[in-house]
Design a protein around this ligand. Structure first.
Ligand SMILES: *Cc1c(COP(=O)(O)O)cnc(C)c1O
Length: 424
């Protein structure tokens, strides 16, 4: 069995051979490896080659692959049936756990993907604010629902242009694009439009890792208050990744709604949105905003989520962050030693780096990064058994199964990789 023949077969039956586009390695070239299984910090491909995994399923696996506690929780739940379509105890348990961790979340509803969470949160926010106007930020990703599939158009205050074919112009006509970390671009939109909702990744992880500036988020909260707009923090990635309370550890603001996903499912399909009771109560059956899901609150997924969150403590982020910093300073030193500029960033278990001479504050800055260099680096690292995101514009993840040895292995690979790039 080889990666190449198996991927060819996948392409025969699945568009591009993948069920999510970035997996196809389009922006780094080469063939994707076909995964046979995961094991702690490693992915193992169908040829038996092992990779140190810095993607961890794009965030969910904060405890690594095949965590025993999560595995046990799922097998135990499995014996009681895989889906009920009726309320069950673990839904309340996970909801309670999350509401207790996030003081700004009074009530929460579970869905099956981050896409659903943000789409539903926006519907609730619009239903509450009774204004359709929506602000999102260039470079922020909130899943692939129509109204949110808009990125860098022709500038901050223009109407959104859909960044995908098949999205009707009408679906994005109320979506306004602002510039990340630039409050003036937000003020400009508020001046000219009725805005009911602002959605933002407080720690942007989908244009590479770009945290919001503190003053910026504070000003965003203020302008939402002044205009009766609902502020949604999209923490599908950063929640339980940046810290045990997501971005709120780093910012002194209170959102109206938060969206969650990834880590809260322990590797199964769970996402959620929650927030102030008076807003959440506009949801059906209490209120007039409709939202539903056949597999929402699925018992296997709830059990996995509870097991994952029960292992979350503030202390694990101290370790994860120190490992992330060790990795990033190692990469930076290795790059700088051969005169390649590298910008690095860490928030808890999240890390990111740009081949860029300047600090990256927004999407335009990110786009100025050297993607060809990233592709070369990615290829070199993969060859050496280190699995990094197949795109410059993604975030990397550390898991609790990692230790200094794994980080030092990756840093050594980076040293060799940069030398080979420079000499090759
Ligand atoms: C991953 C992600 C989503 C989408 O979640 P899916 O489960 O892939 O639909 C939404 N928002 C953010 C910030 C994300 O990182």
């Amino acid at each position: 069995m080889s990666n190449k023949t198996e991927f060819e077969l996948a392409k025969k039956y699945i568009p591009g051979g993948v069920n999510s586009p970035v997996r196809a390695f389009g922006s780094v070239g080469g063939e994707p490896v076909m995964i046979a299984r995961g094991e702690g910090t490693y992915l193992i491909d169908v040829e038996g080659k092992k990779y140190l995994d810095f993607i961890q399923s794009w965030g969910p696996l904060i405890h690594g692959h095949c965590d025993k506690d999560i595995e046990n929780a799922i097998t135990n739940a499995l014996k009681n049936g895989t889906s009920y379509g009726a309320p069950s105890l673990n839904e309340t348990a996970l909801a309670k756990l999350m509401c207790e961790k996030f003081s700004c979340v009074d009530k929460i509803r579970f869905v099956s993907s981050g896409t659903e969470a943000t789409m539903s949160a926006i519907r609730v926010a619009r239903g509450y604010a009774k204004k359709d106007g929506l602000i999102k930020f260039e470079g922020c990703y909130h899943g692939h629902s129509d109204a949110l599939l808009v990125k860098a158009g022709s500038g901050a205050t223009t109407y959104g242009n859909a960044s995908s074919a098949g999205v009707p112009q009408n679906a994005v006509k109320d979506t306004h694009l602002a510039i990340y970390n630039d409050i003036k671009s937000v003020e400009e939109i508020f001046k000219n439009h009725q805005i009911g909702v602002v959605i933002i990744e407080p720690i942007a992880g989908n244009m590479g890792l770009v945290p919001a500036k503190r003053e910026f988020l504070k000003a965003l909260r203020k302008i939402c208050d002044e205009n009766n707009a609902v502020l949604i923090l999209d923490e599908v990635m950063s929640g339980f990744r940046a810290s045990e309370i997501g971005a709120l550890k780093f910012y002194d603001i209170t959102p109206d709604l938060i969206t969650f996903g990834k880590v809260i499912g322990g590797g199964l399909n769970v996402a959620a949105f929650g927030g102030k009771a008076q807003i959440m109560d506009v949801l059906s059956p209490n209120g007039a905003v409709y939202q539903a899901g056949t597999l929402s609150g699925n018992p296997l997924a709830m059990a996995a989520g509870i097991a994952a969150l029960n292992k979350i403590t503030p202390e694990i982020y101290v370790k994860l962050e120190s490992l992330a910093k060790r990795l990033m300073s190692g990469f930076k030193e290795a790059a700088n030693a051969v005169k390649i500029p590298l910008q690095t960033e860490v928030r808890g278990s999240m890390f990111g780096f740009f081949f860029n001479e300047k600090e990256v504050l927004n999407y335009d800055d990110a786009l100025k990064s050297d993607t060809k260099m990233y592709a070369k680096f990615h290829n070199q690292m993969l060859k050496r058994g280190v699995y990094l995101a197949p795109s410059q514009f993604e975030t990397g993840f550390i898991c609790t199964a990692m230790g200094e040895n794994e980080i030092d292995f990756a840093v050594n690979c980076a040293k060799e990789a940069f030398l080979e790039i420079k000499n090759g």
